[in-house]
Design a protein around this ligand. Structure first.
Ligand code: FE2
Length: 383
């Protein structure tokens, strides 16, 4: 495999990095994210209530699906699928028993799922699903898939000849419970946690197999507190619509949040999904009202943040009320906040992000953020 040092020095520097990404795998965007969960009906209710997702589609016993139930939710361009199995020996049930509720499919929208499969397999991807046509009266979808970190899968979804609500086999889900949107538009990035020493392997996978480029690298000097450390490489596709940061634990005095995740997820997996809003204050205000818990940002954070980020349009007092953090790069600033884990296990969580020009990931907030996570780990006895 080609050494990554060539792109390692490619610290974020505007558009140039995207030229490094190869175009043998054109991706239009994220098609959907599917979680395998213990109880899809209840999970769907949570994501509608807490995150403002809307009911879109359903497949289950009533639609002829004999072995599982899937609920599809939508908000802006984000589609979230929640699936539970009726069969204790199914792959879904094994996944839930091992990992708890977690992300199984990170599905990518492509114009040609056969070419996407062939190109990535040729470059060393492990096959999950050879190109498969699925049809109903609304047309044809071509699906294919490859393995990524842990038991996570990238599906390629080709839907240019399909007019149905979601995928063949799904029907429109009409619900009488339709809480309003909380303002989410699209998935900004999805982060994977991998084992110690594996970050470069998976960064190489995204580079070699999927044609991504390294947008930015954070080492343990960037991301460490007194106790814990991690390293991260952000990989992006050619048009920048897909960004996958890859984290690995680094040695610190105590157990890092990445090790905690790996211990509880029982291996590598998706750590967080960052979803974008145009109005983070109202999104977060509404989520808090609906019972979503966020990481606590110490009040002192707001004493110095103004000096660090300069003038912003928002009132810092309001940001402090909701615990929203701010960071700035050469191109603008961003606002962000992190939920606590959304399952019983300290595994998957969400980031809420509003970009005002900035294309970075909130490096200036890492210290405050990780101290806050350590506080949660201390309560869990896992630090
Ligand atoms: Fe993030």
């Amino acid at each position: 495999m080609k050494d990554l040092t060539e792109v390692k020095n490619y610290e974020y520097s505007g558009e140039k990095v995207f030229e490094k990404a190869k175009d043998f795998l054109p991706i239009n965007g994220t098609d959907y994210v599917e979680l395998f969960v213990g109880n899809a009906k209840q999970a769907a209710h949570f994501y509608k209530t807490a995150f403002g997702f809307q009911s879109l589609a359903y497949a289950g016993l009533e639609t002829g699906m004999k072995d599982r139930a899937s609920y599809v939710l939508q908000q802006g361009k984000i589609r979230l699928v929640l699936t539970s199995s009726f069969d204790p020996d199914s792959e879904i049930s094994h996944h839930v028993r091992k990992h708890g509720d977690g992300v199984k499919y990170i599905s990518l929208w492509v114009d040609d799922a056969t070419a996407a499969y062939n190109e990535t397999i040729k470059r060393g991807a492990k096959s999950f699903l050879a190109p498969l046509e699925v049809k109903d009266e609304f047309g044809t979808v071509v699906k294919s898939g490859i393995h990524t970190y842990g038991e996570t899968i990238h599906l390629f979804i080709e839907r240019k000849n399909y007019k149905g609500i979601f995928l063949p086999g799904f029907v429109t889900w009409k619900s009488e419970y339709n809480p309003p949107s909380k303002g989410f538009k699209y998935i900004d990035h999805m982060v994977g946690n991998v084992d110690l020493g594996e970050m470069n392997k998976w960064a190489s996978f995204y580079e070699q197999v999927m044609g991504f480029a390294n947008l930015v690298t954070f080492d343990d000097k960037d991301i460490s507190t007194e106790y814990t450390a991690l390293m991260s490489k952000v990989m992006t596709n050619g048009n920048g619509r897909i960004k996958f940061p890859i984290n690995e634990p680094a040695h610190g005095k105590k157990k890092s949040q990445i090790e905690e995740y790996l211990d509880f997820y029982k291996g590598p997996g998706c750590q967080h999904i960052a979803i974008a809003t145009d109005d983070i204050v109202s999104s977060v205000a509404e989520m808090r009202k609906s019972g979503v818990e966020f990481l606590h940002v110490p009040g002192e954070y707001y004493d110095t943040v103004g000096n660090r980020v300069g003038k912003i349009e928002e009132d810092l007092k309001v940001l402090k009320t909701y615990g929203i953090m701010v960071d700035r790069d050469e191109e603008g600033y961003l606002l962000q906040i992190f939920t606590k884990p959304v399952e019983d296990r300290p595994t998957l969580f969400f980031e809420i992000i509003q970009r005002k020009g900035a294309k970075s990931f909130g490096k200036g907030n890492f210290k405050a953020l990780f101290e806050s996570i350590e506080e949660e780990q201390r309560k869990r006895g896992t630090l």
